[in-house]
Design a protein around this ligand. Structure first.
Ligand SMILES: [Zn+2]
Length: 375
């Protein structure tokens, strides 16, 4: 199984880099215009029409090829002609970029430049993996980042773990409950989120310029707070000795009406993010992850399979008089799912992208991030 990861590292924004990105961006728009006009979305077909011009603009050949590819990827997906306002450059290891002895060497319009930087401790282990196509990006504040994409082959765990299946139920009262009877209580998180919500309401009512700015800041803070806990919980969960993890497929869960209060929790807390974190962390350890339809996972009795009812966080079965914590019952049901059905239950991967990055021109970047979860 191949596992992938992305490490975002800040590098110095030298004039060469800034200029190269500018040229690349213009080149990308040029390629899109040409592809759109000629109704081509295949990079090999587009190549002869745009490559000489890209080279004339000063782009190194690998960057020109990456540019053509990116343009085609965007045109293929687009319903109307894409307009580039922000972009990231793709680098191909080792052809347009290389990394050796804490030196990152990048191709620019002024030739190769070398950027020294230290690998943060938390990323050190990944640099022994293969470095794949990576991205160079400048954000709104003019900060420059290099996103290393790594890949590594991981063997599945030994046979004694392989048969052990762990069910994980994510929910409102307990953020996560495993069929190993480990509960991740949401109390602390809940209280903090209520505080966030109150503050948000107050600021929204104010409506002044400074309150709007503060709102933005708080949104960022809340997002980081959620990501922090999701990382913490998922890390703990994958420390189990299981060969397979089964979770509910949460896609479409928002469409179900569940009352305002519950919707606040479902929409607000990124259970999806938690599942994604569990997934990539588990896969990195060689644990298989399966997502199954949430149908009946919380209504059926994990003891006899009949439909029971919930009361005050408890599940009660009137057929066999079995009663236990409702979330735990759901995790037991998940653990019982037959893994033979995983073909039908193809998991959906969602990249972890900050909300403000959804806008703009990063359609193809999402694709890359999709494959490489950000660390
Ligand atoms: Zn029962």
């Amino acid at each position: 199984m191949e596992v992938r990861a992305t490490a975002k590292v800040k590098i110095k924004a030298s004039p060469e880099i800034i200029k190269t990105i500018k040229v690349y961006k213009k080149g990308l728009q040029f390629c899109i215009n040409q592809a759109w006009k000629r109704k081509i979305n295949n990079n090999i077909k587009l190549h002869p029409f745009v490559y000489p011009s890209l080279r004339k603009r000063g782009l190194q050949s690998q960057l020109a090829i990456a540019c053509i590819k990116q343009a085609c990827g965007m045109v293929k997906k687009a319903k109307s002609k894409p307009i580039i306002n922000k972009t990231s450059m793709r680098y191909n290891f080792p052809r347009s970029a290389s990394f050796k002895n804490n030196m990152l060497s990048l191709a620019t319009i002024k030739g190769r430049i070398k950027i020294p930087f230290n690998v943060p401790d938390c990323y050190k282990q990944y640099f022994s993996w293969n470095i794949k196509e990576s991205l160079l990006r400048i954000d709104k504040k003019g900060r420059c980042f290099f996103l290393f994409c790594f890949a590594k082959d991981i063997k599945a765990k030994g046979s004694n773990f392989q048969n052990r299946v762990l069910g994980i139920d994510v929910g409102i009262n307990n953020i996560a409950v495993t069929s190993d009877r480990i509960f991740f209580n949401a109390k602390q998180i809940k209280q903090k989120r209520i505080r966030f919500q109150r503050l948000r309401k107050r600021l929204q009512a104010k409506g002044t310029h400074s309150s709007k700015r503060l709102l933005k800041k708080i949104a960022g803070r809340e997002k980081r707070f959620m990501a922090y806990w999701n990382h913490k919980i998922s890390k703990e969960i994958v420390n189990c000795d299981a060969g397979t993890i089964i979770m509910e497929n949460l896609k479409g869960i928002r469409k179900v009406r569940r009352g305002r209060k519950l919707n606040f929790w479902l929409n607000g807390w990124s259970f999806y993010q938690l599942q994604e974190f569990i997934k990539y962390k588990a896969e990195r350890k060689g644990i298989k992850v399966i997502r199954v339809s949430p149908y009946l996972t919380s209504q059926a009795c994990s003891n006899c399979g009949n439909i029971g009812f919930r009361s005050k966080g408890f599940f009660i079965c009137s057929h066999c008089n079995y009663s236990l914590n409702a979330d735990l019952n759901a995790s037991y049901n998940l653990a019982k799912h037959n893994s033979k059905s995983d073909g039908v239950l193809a998991s959906v991967t969602m990249p972890y992208i900050q909300a403000n990055e959804h806008k703009g021109s990063i359609a193809t970047e999402c694709e890359a991030m999709d494959k490489y979860p950000l660390l």
